[in-house]
Design a protein around this ligand. Structure first.
Ligand SMILES: [Zn+2]
Length: 295
C-alpha cells in the first residue's frame, strides 16, 4: 500500500502531509496545448503512461500551537482510489473535529471534495473555512455554473460538468462556516500562514507560505500540476481558466523558489510532493526531498 501520511516540521509547526488518494486525468487535458506527438514522447521518456496522468491529492495539516489548519480537502468520492482523506487523518491521529481552520486554495473539484462527509454533514464542523472572495464569487455565480454544466467553461465537456457539479455540491453547505478573505499578497490567515496569490489556474487561485522561526515551506498547490509542467513551462492544463496569466505566474513563482532554494510542497506531485526546484533549460528541475528517517 502506498504511503498515506507523512509528518514533518516547519520550525515549531507540526505538519502532516496527508492524501485523499490517487486520481487520474487525461493527458490531453493535463497538457492541453502540448502537440500530441511531443507530449507522447516526453511522457514515454519519463516512463509515464501517455493516455492518463496519475495525480496525487496531498492536503497539508499545520498544527501551529494556536491553530490546527487544513489546506485543501481532496476530491472526495470521485473514484474507488479517492475519498480517503477523513480516514487517513484519523489514522494519523487527527480528528476532523480538532481542525479549526480549513483553507480552500481554489474551488476546483479536487480541492473541495471533502467539505462534507458521506452523510452530507460538515466534515470539519468546528472549522471556519477560508476562501478568497473572488474564488467564491466565481464558483457560485449562476452564469459560470450554467456554462460549466453546458461543458463550455473551458470547452472541456464532461470535465467542465464535473467542475460545475462539485461546486454545486460542495460549496453551498459551507456557507455558515465561510470566512472570505481578499487574499492579497502576504495577507496573514493565522500567525505563520500567509497568502501567496497565484492567479491563472483559476481567477483567484492561491498558494501559501508557511513560516515558523527560520524555516519556511511554500505550498504551491496547482501553479504546476505535474513535474512535466516544470520541464515544459509553456504546456498548461486545458482547465487553466486564464492560461497566459497561469504561465506568467508559474514563471514568477518557480523562478523565485529556485533562486531562494525554497522548500516547496506541490499538491499533485507524487506523494508527499515535498522538494526543491532548480533552473534547468527553459524551466526547472524537480528534486523530491529524500524521505526522512523512519516515518
Ligand atoms: Zn488541483
Amino acid at each position: 500500500m502506498s504511503q498515506q501520511a507523512l509528518r514533518f516540521a516547519v520550525g515549531a509547526f507540526d505538519c502532516l502531509a496527508v492524501t485523499d488518494g490517487l486520481s487520474a486525468f487525461p493527458a490531453a487535458a493535463v497538457f492541453g496545448n502540448a502537440p500530441e506527438e511531443e507530449r507522447d514522447q516526453v511522457l514515454s521518456e519519463r516512463g509515464m503512461p501517455t493516455d492518463m496522468v496519475q495525480s496525487s491529492l496531498t492536503s497539508l495539516v499545520v498544527t501551529t500551537g494556536a491553530h490546527r489548519v487544513l489546506i485543501d480537502t481532496g476530491i472526495g468520492p470521485f473514484a474507488p482510489t479517492t475519498g480517503h482523506l477523513l480516514e487517513n487523518l484519523r489514522a494519523a491521529g487527527i480528528e476532523p473535529e480538532s481542525i479549526d481552520v480549513v483553507i480552500l486554495t481554489h474551488a476546483h473539484p479536487d480541492h473541495i471534495g471533502t467539505t462534507i462527509d458521506a452523510e452530507g454533514k460538515p466534515a470539519f464542523p468546528n472549522a471556519r473555512i477560508i476562501m478568497r472572495q473572488g474564488e467564491w464569487d466565481f464558483w457560485t455565480d449562476e452564469a459560470n455554473l450554467a456554462k460549466a454544466m453546458a461543458g463550455k467553461l473551458h470547452n472541456l465537456g464532461e470535465l467542465d460538468q464535473f467542475m460545475g457539479n462539485w461546486a454545486k455540491t460542495y460549496l453551498p453547505p459551507i456557507r455558515l462556516q465561510l470566512d472570505l478573505i481578499e487574499g492579497l499578497d502576504e495577507e496573514q490567515i493565522v500567525p505563520g500562514i500567509y497568502v501567496l496569490p497565484a492567479p491563472g489556474h483559476t481567477t483567484h487561485h492561491m498558494g501559501l507560505t508557511i513560516a515558523s522561526g527560520s524555516e519556511q515551506l511554500l505550498n504551491l498547490v496547482d501553479v504546476a500540476i505535474n513535474p512535466v509542467h516544470l520541464a515544459e513551462p509553456s504546456w498548461h492544463p486545458a482547465f487553466d481558466f486564464q492560461p497566459d496569466i497561469a504561465v506568467q505566474t508559474r514563471r514568477r513563482i518557480y523562478d523565485q523558489a529556485a533562486a531562494d532554494h525554497a522548500r516547496i510542497l506541490v499538491y499533485h506531485f507524487p506523494f508527499p510532493g515535498i522538494g526543491y526546484v532548480e533552473r534547468s533549460g527553459a524551466g526547472w528541475h524537480w528534486e523530491a526531498e529524500a524521505p526522512a528517517g523512519d516515518d
